[in-house]
Design a protein around this ligand. Structure first.
Ligand code: NAI
Length: 245
């Protein structure tokens, strides 16, 4: 079984790639720069599976087609796709630049669309598939993140539509919506805003009293990606230490 994880050089994507390898998948590790995928590929191989590093910008249509073709040639046809690649460009809406907002929409929404469109025929041919996209609690509203929040809510609509459309082909489509999870992405916000305090504030608001870890999120992806989860589709699972969503 072959899985593709986008944005898997680090953070949540790296943990998901490692977990899917432990679950028995060969894993294609996709990120902007092939060289940055080496550690994740090593972790996949350490788990006893084959790993493949692929450099691709998920918003680049020909590059996405080439990446999925390379994965298919080297590891075999993908039956699991995790749309995880993401970026943040925080700013109050009044100051948000078109380019930054557009980039956020593009990476999350265009990226998930292009990757899913490219991978889905392989799943249809196999008669089974799993698509999992990374939404966020930001979908419920998150100040200074108008485009990010829009993109993450958009991924939920994408998920529900494709669950209906691809279900008859044996493909389930679900989303995981993480809460505050410690990765380079959240560390970068903390640095920009000067905020150890932000992390502390956010954690205070989390009922289980701690931030998430990439492995917490990988656990949920693993459930959706499992062969035995075939009756679960079109769902958004908030993995946020409390009753969000
Ligand atoms: P991260 O910034 O540590 O990792 C994101 C990865 O995506 C990076 O390796 C980056 O190079 C890659 N990437 C960015 N643009 C790309 C593109 N155009 N093509 C290919 N790869 C690209 O972020 P993190 O925290 O691991 O987040 C992963 C996902 O989880 C994102 O979609 C994020 O929005 C989402 N998320 C994260 C939360 C958190 O608290 N960390 C909370 C909710 C959702």
């Amino acid at each position: 079984m072959t899985a593709i994880v986008t944005g898997a050089a680090r953070g949540i994507g790296a943990a998901v790639a490692r977990r899917l390898a432990e679950d028995g998948h060969d894993v294609a590790v996709l990120d902007l720069d092939r060289a940055t995928c080496a550690d994740t590929v090593a972790a996949v191989e350490k788990a006893g599976r084959r790993g493949l590093a692929v450099g691709v910008d998920v918003t680049d249509e020909p590059a996405v087609a080439a990446a999925v073709a390379e994965v298919t040639d080297v590891l075999g046809a993908p039956t699991v796709l995790v749309n995880n690649a993401g970026i943040l460009r925080d700013s109050p809406v009044a100051e948000m630049q078109l380019g930054d907002g557009g980039a956020v929409l593009d990476v999350h929404l265009t990226g998930a669309f292009l990757m899913t469109r490219a991978a889905q025929p392989h799943m249809a041919a196999a008669g089974r598939g799993r698509v999992v996209s990374m939404s966020s609690i930001a979908a419920l509203g998150d100040p200074n993140r108008a485009h990010y929040s829009t993109a993450k809510a958009g991924l939920q609509g994408f998920t529900k539509t494709l669950a209906r459309e691809l279900g008859p082909l044996g493909i389930t489509v679900n989303a995981v919506a993480p809460g505050f999870t410690v990765t380079d992405m959240t560390r970068a916000i903390a640095e920009r805003r000067g905020l150890d305090a932000m992390a502390a504030d956010r954690i205070t608001a989390i009922p289980v009293g701690r931030a998430g870890t990439p492995d917490d999120i990988a656990q949920a992806v693993s459930f959706f990606a499992d062969e035995r989860s075939g009756f679960v589709s079109g769902q958004v699972l908030y993995v946020a230490g409390g009753p969000f969503g």
